[in-house]
Design a protein around this ligand. Sequence first.
Ligand SMILES: [Fe+2]
Length: 180
Amino acid sequence: MSEATHAPATEAVSHASSLGDVNHQPYLLTINRHSTGEVKNALPGVHVSPCFLDLENGMWVIYARFDPRTLLPKHYHTGTVHFYTTAGSWAYVEYPDDVQTEGSYLYEPGGSIHTFESKEGAEGFMVVQGANINFDQDGNFMNIMDAAWIERMVVEAAKQTRQKLPRYIKPKNATDFSDS
Ligand SMILES: [Fe+2]
C-alpha cells in the first residue's frame, strides 16, 4: 500500500465539500405523489403523477395508474424505458406471457415496439428517454409522445377538468454558451 494512493481523511473531506459547491442545493428536489396528487384521466383511464419532465433533453419520469381494460396505442420507442410495476398487472399484447405484476421491473430498449394492455388495472413508475411514436390499429402514425407532449397533456387535462396540477420537478434553464 503506497501513501500516494491514500489521501489523508481531512483532505478527502475538503475535496468532497469543494465538489458539493458545484451544485449546492438549498433544498432537495423531492415530491411525494400522495401529497402532490395526480391528474385523473390525463388520457382516458390513465391517471398521471408527473415527477420529472425535462423537455429539452426529452426525459420524462411519471407515476401512472391505469384503469381496468386500458388499451394504449401501439408505440415505438426512440429511447429507453425503465418501468417498475407497483400494483395490478399488465402486459404487452405482443408478449402475453410476460405479465408485469407488483415488483416487476421491465427494461424497454430504444427501437422496441409493443402495445400496452391492462385487463385488471395496474400502477407503476417509469423513467423514459425520448418519445413514444404512437400508431393506430391500422398501423398509421398517430402522434409523438415526448416530455413536452406529456407536460402539455397533464396541464391541459388539469385545466379542462378543473383539477389541481400536481407539482413536479422541471429543469428551467435553457442550454446556452458557457460565457454568454
Ligand atoms: Fe413501451
